[in-house]
Write a protein that binds this ligand. Sequence first.
Ligand code: SF4
Length: 302
Amino acid sequence: MKGLSIHLTDTCNNSCIFCVVDSHKDREELVKKEVIFKFLESNKDGGYEVVNIHGGEPCICPHFLEVLEKIKDLGYPNVSIQTNARALADKDFAKTTVELGVNLFVVSLHSNNEEVLDEICGVKEKCFNQVVEGIKNVKELGAKVRTNTVVCKQNYKKLKEIIEYNIKELKVDHINISAIHPTGKAYKNFYEVTPKLTDIVPYVKEAVDAAIKLNTFVTLEGFPPCILGDYSKHLINWEEIKYKLLYHNVILPNYDNFMEKQTRNQGKVCNNCIKNKKCGGVYKEYLEFYGWDEFEGIICCN
Ligand code: SF4
């Protein structure tokens, strides 16, 4: 499947302590609506089955609804947005968004504890209830919800509890668990936010087991396969969907290839690893701080 991916805005109503974009509400907006419209128009007959919108926070972007209208007018069949869901706590806004064609909401939700979520999101206004309301609103309207939980020092010991909450209380359709990509603010705050992968893997496995037990689709993202053992079969399969990305004025024809090549490094341990053709390695910035000691190539498949 082919999709378009659009970075709609640089700004955000959160200021997450590991934000890769370093988005926050005071950031100057640099993304031009005209460039986005042109990108959508020029690709309308390209067989793209989904348009994915992200930021920053797309829902607070002044031209968010206009962009959705444009996507609908051009006839793209599916729309997903990556959001913190806070703006969707407003029922009317959630309804308009769904009516304009958004059928998948990928919601960042990193804790089921109000104080911890506020700390991670860098806000003081108790955003947890807004996120919960936002998810409930779009679920009631028939849209699908995938939560994305980034594993950080602030939440990893509670990962199973968070995932169970998302499934039991919020009835989400898909759980995604991500390793931190230590760039942007995550790089600046590296030791404050980034746990060692070997420390979090037992908790990640426990959370995956919990999701499976509750019959919910679960995927992992950003973890090198060698650190996961058997659980690497849950890594999200980017071969299934190829995205062409618009980021400001730059178009990347294959976003995932770019990410694998530009953001990761392989080391000596990768030389004999049976996954080394498909795995790009470990995030460069992670290696800068923690090195290669945790990793060992996968030699055999049994
Ligand atoms: S290629 Fe390297 S980083 Fe990837 S799984 Fe193998 S050893 Fe790990």
